[in-house]
Design a protein around this ligand. Structure first.
Ligand SMILES: Cc1cc2nc3c(=O)[nH]c(=O)nc-3n(C[C@H](O)[C@H](O)[C@H](O)COP(=O)(O)O)c2cc1C
Ligand code: SF4
Length: 505
C-alpha cells in the first residue's frame, strides 16, 4: 500500500540514479519513496531510457536519419560487434545519421553538416547574436505590470511555437483569473518529433532568453515555481541550462527553477503527458478539459509553454508587441525553422513567419538533387508534394493545404526516396511512441504500419484497403494529437504520390 507521504514525484529520477529498472532498484526506490513496487514497475517500464538497463549505442530511426542510411549503419555497427538499439528520434536531423554512445554522448557520421543559424540583430531570438545577460526585460516587465505585459503579448500576436499555435496571451490571462494561488510555470523542452531540433539550438545558444521569458511569465502569473522539462537525450542542453541558471543566479534570485529530465518518451511533449511525467507517473495524456491553466501540475493552475514561445517574450517586452508582429510575413513574428534532408546546409534558421519553402531552402544553401516532396512540420504534418512549395510556411496556410506547421521541422525529400518507404518510417515512429492508452491509437498505429510494410514487401496495394478507415477511427477515437495525426504520413503520401502505391513487381 502507498504510504501517506509517498514521494511519487521522485521515482523516475531515483530509478535512473539506481541504473534503471531492475528488481533490486525497484525495491530500493519503493523503500525510499513509499510508493508500491508494482506502481514503480509500471511507471519505469514506460520510459525507454531506463526500462532496459545496460550500455549500448542508440541509433536514430527518424525520417532524415533513415534517408541518410541509418539501416545500413545499424548493420555495420552490429557486424562490428556493437550492441545497437534503434530509437525514435534524437533531435539531430541536421547531422543525420546520428546516435548516442553508451555514455549518452552524441556521435555523428559526417554525412550531413549542420549550418550556422541566423545572425541579425533585428530578429526576436537572434540565435547567432550576442548573449544578453542584463535581464532588463524582466525589470521592464516589473515596471509595466502584469496587465500591460499581457497587452503587449496580445498585440504581438505571439502564437505557441510547440505545435498548436494557440495565442499565448489567452493562457497568461486564464492563469491570472484562477482563484488558486499555488501556480506553476512549466517550460516544455521535450522536443522529440522527427525533423525538429530548434529548441536544442535555442537552449545551447540563447538559454538566457528562455530563462528571462520564464521569469517574466512567472512574475505575471504570480508564482516563483518554474519547471523545465527537457528530453533526457539532450545532455549538453541540460548542462547549458544548469550553467545559465547558475550564471544568472543574481538576476533570477526571486524564482525557484527545477530542471527535470525526460526519459525517452516522445509523448511526454504533449503537455498533459508531461505533467503526468512530472508527477512521477507514466506519461499518458489527460482528457481535456480541464486544461492545465485550470488544473495542471499537482492539480494546480499551470502555464505551459514551448521553449521558443517563451524565448520570444523578452524581445516583445523590450521592443513592443507591434515590432514583433511586424517581423512576420503572413503571420506574426519571426520563427525558428528547422530544415534537414536534401538541402546543402541543414540547420535552424530564424526567418519571418510565413516564408515559402524556396526561401527557407535558399537560406539553407539550396536543394540537393531533384526535390519531390517535403514534410513541413514534423511527422505529424505528413507530406506535401514539391508543387506546394509556394504555400507560406505558417499555421493558417499549411492547415488549408491539409498539413500543419507543427514544430516547423521541415524535411526536404528528393527523387532518390521511395515515398512508400518514407511513409513507413513515419508510421513506425508513431507506432513506437503511442502511449497505448486508447485502443484506436494503440491498435491502429500497429495495423497501418504492418500493412504498409506488407505492401512494400509484396507490392500488392490490396494490403492498404482498410488503411483509410482505420485512420479515420484513429482520428475520431484518440484522446490526444498523436493518435489523431498518426495516419497522416500514409494518407498524404497516397494522396500526393499515388504512383508510389501501385502494383509492384
Ligand atoms: C503528441 C504531441 C507531442 C508534443 N510534443 C511537444 C514538444 O515536444 N514540445 C512542445 O513544446 N510542445 C509539444 N506538443 C504541444 C504541447 O502539447 C503544448 O501544446 C505546448 O507545449 C504548449 O506550448 P506553446 O503554447 O508555447 O506551444 C506536443 C503535442 C502533442 C499532441
Ligand atoms: S492517442 Fe495514442 S498517444 Fe494519445 S493518449 Fe491515446 S494512445 Fe496515448
Amino acid at each position: 500500500m502507498q504510504k501517506p507521504n509517498a514521494q511519487r514525484e521522485r521515482i523516475i529520477e531515483l530509478l535512473e540514479h539506481h541504473g534503471g529498472v531492475t528488481e533490486q532498484s525497484v525495491r530500493e526506490v519503493s523503500n525510499e519513496t513509499g510508493v508500491p513496487e508494482a506502481d514503480i514497475w509500471g511507471t519505469g517500464l514506460f520510459y525507454t531510457l531506463i526500462n532496459r538497463p545496460g550500455k549500448r549505442i542508440r541509433l536514430c530511426d527518424g525520417l532524415t536519419c533513415q534517408m541518410f542510411g541509418a539501416d545500413q549503419l545499424a548493420e555495420e555497427l552490429r557486424a562490428s560487434g556493437k550492441e545497437v538499439e534503434r530509437v525514435s528520434c534524437l533531435g539531430q536531423c541536421d547531422l543525420a545519421p546520428s546516435s548516442l554512445d553508451a555514455e549518452m554522448e552524441l556521435v555523428t557520421y559526417g554525412k550531413c553538416k549542420t549550418a550556422v543559424t541566423s545572425d541579425d540583430p533585428e530578429l526576436a531570438m537572434n540565435l547567432g547574436g550576442k548573449v544578453d545577460m542584463s535581464y532588463s526585460a524582466l525589470s521592464k516587465a516589473g515596471q509595466l505590470g502584469p496587465e500591460a505585459v499581457i497587452e503587449q503579448l496580445k498585440i504581438s500576436g505571439l502564437q505557441g511555437r510547440g505545435g498548436a499555435g494557440f495565442p499565448a496571451h489567452f493562457k497568461w490571462t486564464a492563469l491570472r483569473q484562477q482563484p488558486e494561488t499555488e501556480r506553476y510555470v512549466v517550460c516544455n523542452a521535450d522536443e522529440a518529433e522527427p525533423g525538429t531540433f530548434k529548441d536544442r539550438e535555442l537552449i545551447l545558444r540563447q538559454s538566457h532568453k528562455m530563462l528571462e521569458g520564464l521569469a517574466i511569465a512567472a512574475a505575471v502569473v504570480e508564482t516563483k515555481r518554474i519547471y523545465i522539462y527537457i528530453r533526457g537525450e539532450y545532455v549538453n542542453e541540460y548542462r547549458a541550462i544548469e550553467t545559465a541558471i547558475a550564471d544568472a543566479s543574481r538576476q533570477l534570485a526571486d524564482f525557484e527553477f527545477t530542471i527535470v529530465k525526460g526519459h525517452g518518451a516522445y509523448i511526454c511533449g504533449e503537455e498533459t503527458a508531461l505533467l503526468e511525467s512530472l508527477e512521477g507517473k507514466r506519461g499518458m495524456p489527460r482528457l481535456k478539459p480541464p486544461y492545465p491553466t485550470e488544473s495542471g501540475f499537482r492539480g494546480k493552475p499551470t502555464l505551459i509553454h514551448n521553449v521558443e514561445t517563451i524565448a520570444c517574450v523578452p524581445s516583445i517586452i523590450h521592443r513592443g508587441g507591434e515590432w514583433f508582429r511586424s517581423l512576420g510575413k503572413t503571420e506574426a513574428g519571426s520563427k525558428l525553422y528547422c530544415i534537414s534532408g536534401h538541402v546543402n546546409a541543414p540547420g535552424v534558421y530564424e526567418l519571418p513567419l510565413g516564408v515559402s519553402l524556396d526561401e527557407l531552402v535558399q537560406a539553407a544553401g539550396g536543394y540537393v538533387g531533384k526535390p519531390i516532396a517535403f514534410s513541413p512540420g514534423g511527422a505529424s504534418s505528413g507530406f506535401l508534394p514539391i508543387s506546394k512549395k509556394d504555400v507560406p510556411l505558417d499555421y493558417k496556410h499549411l492547415a488549408e493545404a491539409g498539413s500543419m506547421l507543427g514544430s516547423a521541422g521541415v524535411v526536404v525529400i528528393n527523387d532518390s526516396v521511395d515515398m512508400a518507404l518514407a511513409a513507413a518510417w513515419q508510421l513506425e515512429f508513431f507506432e513506437r511512441e503511442s502511449c497505448g492508452q486508447c485502443a484506436p491509437c494503440r491498435i491502429g498505429t500497429r495495423y497501418i504500419r504492418r500493412q504498409v510494410d506488407k505492401y512494400i514487401q509484396l507490392g500488392d496495394p490490396g494490403s492498404l484497403e482498410q488503411a483509410e478507415d482505420v485512420g479515420w477511427e484513429m482520428e475520431e477515437g484518440s484522446i490526444c494529437g498523436l493518435g489523431m495525426v498518426a495516419a497522416k504520413p500514409l494518407e498524404s503520401a497516397r494522396q500526393h504520390f499515388p504512383d508510389a502505391f501501385k502494383v509492384r513487381d
